[in-house]
Design a protein around this ligand. Sequence first.
Ligand code: PLP
Ligand SMILES: N[C@@H](CCOP(=O)(O)O)C(=O)O
Length: 416
Amino acid sequence: MTLALESDAPGVATRGVWLTCIDCGEQFAPFEAVRYTCDDCGSLLEVRYDEYPTFDAFEGSGVWRYSAALPFEEGVTLPEGSTPLHAVPRLEAEIGVNNLRVKHEGMNPTGSFKDRGMTVGVRVAQEIGVDRLACASTGNTSAALSAYGARADMETLVLLPAGKVAAGKVAQASLHGARILEVDGNFDRCLDIVQDLTDRGEAYLLNSLNPFRLEGQKTIGLEMFEQFEREEGTLPDRIVLPVGNAGNTAALYKCVRELRRSGAIAEHEVPKLTGVQAEGSAPMVEAIENGWDHIERWDDVETIATAIRIGNPVNAPKALPGIRETGGTAVAVSDEQITTAQRDLAEEGIGVEPASAASIAGLRKLRREGVVSDDEDVACLTTGHLLKDPDAAAAAGSDPEPVPADTEAVLDHLGA
Ligand SMILES: Cc1ncc(COP(=O)(O)O)c(C=O)c1O
Ligand SMILES: N[C@@H](CCOP(=O)(O)O)C(=O)O
């Protein structure tokens, strides 16, 4: 396995930062115009730097600890990052791997990893000087954008698929002051519309199609590597993560390529990126299983894990090579397997929303199939907090037992 590394970026932009097309290689200055895709060929853009740092360049905490690998020294912060890397001894033994850690991104300020992307993305919006921020969302992106937009005192517009966003997320967007449009269509249609609006200059797009979002999200990998190394004396052999729009997969792949390029990690230390989707929403798994270099859009998607109810992952051109070049894979899990994993994590004290539990469900399935071996050190990413989706949590948990307001009756009920 050999990773394809970026070539040197010619010339110098702001702090040596460039927007580069992942297909034709065309380069653009990063902040002089609003641009999400390549002017020449329409493909995805990636942020590239003149230099890539090693671990000794990092200081401080949270996302901005990694400013040497980001386009700015600091951003609009709440602050975000510094999330725990939990040991889960019972799950580790039951699933049967050498080492299992859970990186719980639900512990970010708005309860998901999106905050890492927004602290950078909203800072870029300030730099460019836009008036209004916008996103399509299955919930978490809208919650994060609303909070970071509020922090920056900027107007926010969010488009949500009607009836398909968990209650906690709508409440967040609402209270942080976003204008919320409920669209009669799924997330992918919402994103089509937001792209049309932003192409017409109506707003600045802060979905993960915006390459600066992924810069913030790549700090998940930087932080996880430092924690894993500190606590386990090694790096994980494999990172297992839920996949929706495939931004995190793209961001983690970029993280390892940059670390390889600076010499901070060796080729044999590159973890296998392993994506998990819900069976009812699995275009990336379909592409990996069929050896395709593109995804086919799924128009009808359904899963209890509403955060990853996505049929057209826009970052697939970045994420598919990431899975393949790192020797990883992709797997689909049922809603039942997701709920079981959500309960299992809860029994270890870790509260996650359904999409997050997909990582554990996927690892368990791959281990049973023998794709993951028993000597592997694995990090699973859990992406959102349990309270994001209180209805799913209540349905997965047990019902409260009604008792009279009387101590004897309570003791009686307990069978004492
Ligand atoms: C909780 C949660 N997990 C996973 C995902 C999937 O992440 P990505 O779109 O980066 O693949 C999302 C959103 O897409 C999410 O909100
Ligand atoms: N799960 C996401 C879907 C949008 O993803 P993005 O990373 O492209 O913004 C959400 O929370 O909306």
